[in-house]
Design a binder for this molecule. Structure first.
Ligand code: ATP
Length: 249
């Protein structure tokens, strides 16, 4: 069911960018990408590993290695690819700057979970991102839905939307009602914002890193694509420094 807040007009973009630290990439990312591809009838799903986050500590595992794990996970899937531009651009990675340097036309979808969207206004240059992509926000188990709703309200106001607070849904509420998609136009940016409810997996990279560090492979191996698991084991990634050399497979 689609209860669009507004119609989008024009053609749907054929490509989606999916940004993330992918530290490491897990089955939740793959399930999300597959669902987005199907639901939005995409011809391309582009994984965009973040380089150096602007407000966080840099991940211990390099952008090149995280990007390589994405490559391993998506090998053989037609239309799926990795774009390692943020690994190569110097300085902190800003999505706005990345989208400016990519200059994709027509603007692609830009996909994120509701936890990531809750902080969207602090990303730096949100207006640039809104002008250069159609945002797609998906539900994520256990995440801060009220934060995402507040951000949505601000984005719609700044974009000159006629929708008011009462018109704006919450992803949990949509899911509860069996609504799968909600779309609103962003007139000031000539793009759209879309909420999609999907069946997500309860897995996070943070949880995985802790599980891998524990050394108990059975706690984490099933949550990652096999090729990513093998790479992590082979390289001893995410292990405590003194245990990196002695790994069970
Ligand atoms: P961390 O635990 O280190 O924050 P993460 O599991 O959230 O990592 P990221 O690489 O930061 O993974 O996520 C990239 C994007 O994928 C984000 O927009 C995030 O919201 C989304 N995402 C990650 N895991 C899931 C999941 N299980 N279900 C739905 N969305 C997810």
């Amino acid at each position: 069911m689609d209860i669009s807040g507004a119609t989008e007009g024009g053609r749907r973009p054929p490509a989606a960018l999916f940004g993330g630290a992918f530290n490491p990439l897990h089955n939740g990312h793959i399930a999300l990408a597959g669902e987005i591809e199907r639901r939005l009838s995409l011809s391309e799903v582009i994984f965009l590993p973040t380089g150096q986050p602007p407000h966080k500590e840099s991940p211990e595992v390099s952008c090149a290695e995280r990007s390589h794990m994405v490559d391993l996970a998506i090998a053989g899937r037609p239309g799926w690819r990795t774009l390692d531009i943020e690994c190569r651009l110097p300085g902190p990675s800003l999505t706005a700057r990345t989208l400016e340097s990519l200059s994709i036309a027509p603007p692609p979808f830009f996909v994120m979970g509701e936890d990531a969207f809750a902080d969207f206004l602090e990303w730096g240059g949100p207006g640039i991102i809104l002008a250069r992509s159609h945002l797609v926000i998906v539900n994520r188990p256990g995440s801060a839905s009220p934060g995402a709703r507040r951000t949505l309200l601000s984005v719609l106001r700044d974009a000159g939307s006629s929708l008011g607070e009462v018109d704006i849904p919450d992803l949990r509420e949509l899911r509860g009602k069996g609504v799968t998609e909600w779309v609103a136009a962003l007139p000031a940016f000539k793009t759209t914002i879309r909420l999609l409810t999907i069946d997500t997996l309860e897995v996070s990279s943070t949880g995985l890193r802790a599980a891998i560090a524990s050394g108990e492979t059975a706690r984490w191996a099933h949550l990652l694509p096999e090729a990513v698991k093998s790479y992590i084991v082979e390289k001893g990634l995410y292990r405590k420094p003194d245990s990196r050399s002695a790994l069970p497979s």
